[in-house]
Write a protein that binds this ligand. Structure first.
Ligand code: DAH
Length: 339
């Protein structure tokens, strides 16, 4: 029995040493120390021994069991440690690897155009002004020489909030607000959102953007208007660009005109971009009406001025050859990513 025990001890120790994972170790434990394990069976045979042999063999068997148990515990400890190390190694983050690149954002095409126009006017000494989008009827119409019943009110399908309050249909009310707070000389542009109750199509949207301009000083004439807006046209569309002033009517300017630029695609020969006209209309302008100056608290006998208003979407449509306005509002990243 003594020999048998010694053999078992050796076999158990070998089995433990050869277990290279926790499952193999557990199998070894069951094989030797489990209920029906080989060492356990020997211990069960103690009863058959003579009373003299029993304590000696018992002690020896227990010593073997204890030794095997200890070596299993030590091996388990070691295996757990190794497992942990392997796990840590597998999960190591290499901080020197390049990061995942986020897709780069783009400026909105309308903002690109707006920034270009702003830069041009800032370069000419203009201030940037702004006014409320929810506006009084007074500033949007009345003070701009568009009294109640005036046909110009019908051409701008207005979103009314109350009888006296509305969403501004144009940036022109900022002219009045600016004159109320600033003395001449005045040189300002006022970009912003405007609203008209138009159904959406390729060239209409209930929300769009305008840039208003206002210059008031002594001896401002139509020549100043033309010079400033020719500079704008050349900076936007190139040095060879010409402008032409066509007589028009706006209630808040007198005289009024629409300004065309020579087609930047064909240079004036006629092409699909300019619909074979050679000219493309880009803005409305005129000499500020004396009544409008008066409403702004400025004496029309002493001062004169010119004003203009341009549509940002229109400029962008020409600038980027994108002729469906809806694309500018749908926020489709595939479209916006091209600018
Ligand atoms: N407010 C006009 C519109 O929405 C545009 C405009 C025309 C503004 C002539 C002006 C101007 O200041 O002088 O159609």
């Amino acid at each position: 029995m003594k020999e048998q025990l010694e053999k078992l001890r050796q076999a158990a120790m070998d089995a433990v040493a050869q277990s290279d994972d926790l499952q193999a170790l557990e199998n070894a434990r069951v094989r030797f120390l489990g209920k029906k394990g080989e060492i356990t069976s020997i211990l069960k045979q103690m009863g058959k021994l003579s009373p003299e042999e029993r304590p000696v063999m018992g002690q020896m068997a227990n010593a073997v069991r204890q030794a095997v148990e200890e070596s299993i515990a030590a091996a388990a400890e070691e295996l757990k440690k190794r497992q942990q190390e392997m796990k840590l190694k597998a999960e190591t983050i290499d901080v020197t690897l390049p990061g995942e690149k986020q897709p780069e954002g783009h400026r909105h095409p309308l903002e690109i155009v707006l920034n270009e126009v702003k830069d041009i006017f800032i370069g000419m000494g203009f201030q940037i002004a702004d006014g409320p989008e929810v506006e009084w009827d007074y500033y949007n119409f009345e003070a701009l020489n568009i009294p109640e019943g005036h046909p110009a009110r019908d051409t701008q399908d207005t979103f009314y909030i109350t009888e006296k309050m509305l969403l501004r249909t144009q940036t022109s009310p900022v002219q009045i607000r600016y004159m109320e707070n600033h003395k001449p000389p005045i040189r300002m542009i006022a970009p912003g959102r405007v609203f008209r109750s138009d159904p959406v199509d390729a060239t209409h949207s209930p929300l769009f953007h305008q840039i208003e301009g206002l210059v008031v000083d002594k001896n401002i004439t139509m020549a100043d208007l033309k010079g400033n807006l020719l500079t704008l046209a050349k900076k936007l569309y190139g040095e060879n660009t010409e402008i032409r002033l066509r007589p028009h009517h706006f209630p808040f300017t007198e005289p009024s005109c629409e300004i065309d630029v020579s087609c930047f695609r064909c240079g004036g020969k006629g092409c699909p971009m300019c619909k074979n006209e050679g000219w493309i209309e880009i803005l409305g302008a005129g000499m500020v009406h004396p009544k409008v100056l008066e409403r702004g608290g400025i004496d029309p006998e002493e001062y004169s001025g010119f004003a203009f208003g341009l549509g940002v979407e229109r400029l962008a449509m020409f600038r980027f050859s994108v002729d469906d306005m809806r694309l500018y509002y749908e926020n489709d990243a595939r479209f916006l990513g091209q600018f």
